[in-house]
Design a protein. Sequence first.
Length: 115
Amino acid sequence: VQLVESGGGLVQPGGSLKLSCVASGFTFSNYDMRWFRQAPGKEREWVARISRAAYSTDYADSVKGRFTISRDNTKNTVYLQMNSLKPEDTAVYSCNVRYLAFDYWGQGTQVTVSS
């Protein structure tokens, strides 16, 4: 299993970013996918989940209405569109899959929200 995130960067408050995570090593369309984030000095926090066929999504209260998770099963890719970014969204963002009872993570992509 391999997960590779991209799309992070430095953005001003109120700005937008779209993260991508390309998956390989498993049948992508058979599994729910999740995004997590970890800010410096804090524990990892769940951000969003999407079901395997994208029929359902869930969000942490802290990002609801601002972030949108989506997926393209033809490209083995899950996305996180982040709008109205706030300084408290600054973190390393990682995608996750629970495959055969194990959690797999990508290396993460840094998102910094600052003026």
